[in-house]
Design a protein around this ligand. Sequence first.
Ligand SMILES: *Cc1c(COP(=O)(O)O)cnc(C)c1O
Length: 425
Amino acid sequence: MSVSSELFAKALKLIPGGVNSPVRAFRSVGGAPFFVTRADGATLTTADGRELIDFVCTWGPAILGHNHPVIREAIRTALDRGTSFGTPNPLEVEMAELITQFVPSIEKVRMCNSGTEATMSAIRLARGFTGRDKIIKFSGCYHGHSDSLLIKAGSGALTHGNPDSAGVPASFAQETIVLPFNDAPAVESAFAAHPGQIACVILEPYIGNVGFILPDRGYLQALREITARHGAVLIFDEVMTGFRLARGGVQELEGIRPDLTTLGKIIGGGLPVGAFGGRAEIMDRLAPLGPVYQAGTLSGNPLAMAAGIAGLKLLRELDPYPRLDRLGRQLRDAVLAAAQAKGLAVQVPQCGSMLSVFFTATPVRDYASALTGDAKVFGRFFSACLEGGVYLPPSAYEAWFLSTAHEGSAIDRACEVISRAIAGL
Ligand SMILES: *Cc1c(COP(=O)(O)O)cnc(C)c1O
């Protein structure tokens, strides 16, 4: 019996499903998850001593590769000064300065401890600011697991067959209007049907949580225009895309200024962090200045700030985005070539260091078309890649992530393994 299967048997008795986040279970691809004891660069080392090329990158944060020496050193320096102060600390100011420089739509920012907290707080703030209750989200967009957002929420929930979680009161869900992505007229109609009642529109501007999906040309601009016209807050959830697709996220690529932005993942440099920010006029509605309450014992934690600041400064210095896009295209082209040789229909949406592979002939532009991707074929593909030493996200409905550490031998080897896996399907 392997060390991983022994650990998993024990974990199953102690932790629900054996995992602390359901996306880590291998339910949709079959088999049991492996345990990891080390992560360096593009490589995970399992509890059984196997080395795997990792395309999950801790679900997004590890854009510079795992265990980056500069980030590690920053944490070590902070650690020597104490792990938590419960007072303001200088690193919080430095972090806020960096975020507002990177993302110009953010005039003021508040730190929290996860992406879930960031989106939950941004929604409350939008409601407090507008005095309205209803929100619009899009099917397939995941914004963390808070009540009003866990409706048609993509990957984790989808993989486990319950897009609407038990325990969410129907009365809460009623305040959430769920619309198809890439359908601006549907948004227009919702505003017409609920005049003066919609506080905000929240979306992943490039979706990464039902696989990777890009917006149609003009769609995001239409959302900006409609929300502005109706006095509703436009929230870009860039927890995944922030600092990943460009220093200023999708809003930089698309030239759009949302009212609020939520961040997480990369800004923590691998430690638990979230943040939300935007127009000062809205942010100043937060306590202690305004009536919208939001708080956190460990918010702005010095270790997390040190790790995040080191990561952001490296991104500024290295500007790795053109390199990452080349890696993304290399991977996409390898998949497309292998699928064509095999006569297999695939869709491979890609931008920079994010992509995903849908086994379908249908172009993927929303939740419904993403679901045409064949999860059984993906499961076999996943297993063949893992067999060959390449770890893909364990679900047909997740984005793949690249890091600067994939450059060179890792990407070349991975492309070979992936091409062979497709040939063998
Ligand atoms: C991961 C993610 C979240 C939730 O962040 P957590 O830190 O897991 O709570 C929210 N929104 C998006 C777009 C995400 O990808």
